[in-house]
Design a protein around this ligand. Sequence first.
Ligand SMILES: [Zn+2]
Length: 103
Amino acid sequence: MKRSETVKHAPFLCPCCRSALFIRTSREETPCFRSIWYQCSNLVCGATFNGNQTISQQISPSGLDRPLMQLPMAPAMERAKALQALRPKTDQLDLLDTMETSV
Ligand SMILES: [Zn+2]
């Protein structure tokens, strides 16, 4: 496997130079918490960082009869934002969006 296939781009930019960060490695600490190590893609900068990723709330329930874990449900406003973000992007106006902005 080529190196380029194993490197993952992180959703973060380097705080030092604003170049893309790569995820060098990560470790599952718990089912809802990962430790992550990042490296700047700018060879001149080369800064490294660590952080974490947390799953904190549930947007929708699992379809399983007995899920291994159930998290607290996000407030209704957060669920609405998440569902809107997951919608396919089109140029067409959504009737519900129109109704929400007119209220
Ligand atoms: Zn950098």
